[in-house]
Design a protein around this ligand. Structure first.
Ligand code: SF4
Length: 328
């Protein structure tokens, strides 16, 4: 690991100013991803600005309903919060599926949102990778891409996003609050992440020096009926081959509210809007669920070795919706 400077400022404005002073500086939360990348030589920031103790670690009732989760809240605390477990169980389940207990104790909400892809070529500095080194090529396109994207990828990058939490937040339509030199903004999570396009080096729309301060969950009574399902290669902690975050309520046998997001299949959590549009007002039964998920996956473009994800995702999504319909 290369030498670097470490600063722990006392307030967010000082942290933002410090970061602005060095174009290659990085904010540091729990460090569970960034420090690994520094050890691998993928990241070499000359300055780390520790923000893990800034902005508080509170989970509070938001004005107008919902919850406001400060960026420094650890994944463990968020998963265990009674309000989250009762009102947004999909989020608690995603966090518990996301990492080991040790990692959850250290990882913060802000850091979780900014995890980088686990594409093995991104993590190997001897390999071509447009995300790590723009213009160098994409080794995964012709190499090992069994775990890569089937939706929304580009010629430049076929990586998937690794966060389980972000998939649940996408289904819940969370908002990411940020602060920078120019002021504050609130970004719907659907606008926060990017598909790779011509610039896979950018995972999000954040500007350099823009600090995540909190995540806001909207009031969503339907989310009490929600679930997270994940398929991975081994039972102990591993990243998703496919995952599903679903919210579903049913009235008189007809779908009332539905929100669905997929993980492990795209550069960002994938909101399944085609499925949702087909299901609102449809009979809450297997044939309708199957057809609606199929319609979403008709847009998929699997690579040479990862078409297996499509029937896997089809089954997991349909079964998750069936389970929720059974419990409504
Ligand atoms: Fe790099 Fe993306 Fe290609 Fe992986 S898929 S090698 S992250 S450009």
């Amino acid at each position: 690991m290369r030498p670097f400077r470490y600063e722990r400022p006392g307030d967010p404005d000082a942290a933002i100013a410090l970061l602005a002073s060095e174009p290659q500086a990085r904010f540091l939360g729990g460090g569970t991803n960034l420090v690994d990348l520094m050890r691998l030589g993928v990241e070499a920031p000359p300055l780390l600005v520790d923000v893990s103790r800034l902005g508080g670690d509170a989970i509070t009732e938001a004005p107008g309903g919902g919850l406001r989760i400060a960026a420094g809240v650890t994944n463990s605390r968020l998963a265990a919060d009674t309000r989250v477990r009762e009102r947004y169980p999909v989020l608690s389940e995603a966090l518990l599926n996301g990492a080991s207990g040790q990692l959850r104790n250290l990882a913060t909400v802000g850091g979780n949102l900014l995890q980088r892809t686990r594409c093995p070529y991104f993590q190997d500095i001897s390999k071509a990778c447009n995300k790590r080194s723009p213009g160098s090529g994409c080794s995964a396109r012709t190499g090992d891409h069994r775990n890569h994207a089937v939706l929304g990828h580009s010629e430049q990058c076929v990586a998937t996003h690794p966060s389980d939490m972000a998939v649940a937040l996408t289904a819940l339509e969370a908002t990411v609050e940020t602060r920078a030199d120019g002021g504050e903004r609130a970004l719907p999570i659907a606008d926060f992440y990017r598909l790779p396009g011509e610039h896979p080096e950018r995972d999000t729309v954040l500007e350099h020096g823009e600090l995540i301060t909190a995540v806001r969950l909207p009031p969503l009574p339907a989310a009490a009926s929600s679930r997270y399902r994940k398929v991975r290669e081994r039972r102990s902690f591993a990243f998703a081959l496919v995952s599903v975050a679903a919210v579903l309520t049913v009235s008189d046998g007809v779908v009332d509210e539905v929100r669905l997001a997929f993980g492990g299949v795209a550069h960002a959590p994938w909101r399944a809007r085609v499925t949702e549009d087909r299901l609102r007002g449809a009979p809450a039964e297997e044939a309708a669920f199957t057809a609606a998920v199929e319609a979403e996956l008709a847009r998929a473009e699997p690579l040479r070795d990862n078409a297996y994800k499509l029937p896997m995702l089809q089954r997991v999504a349909t079964q998750t919706l069936l389970d929720l319909a059974g419990g409504s």
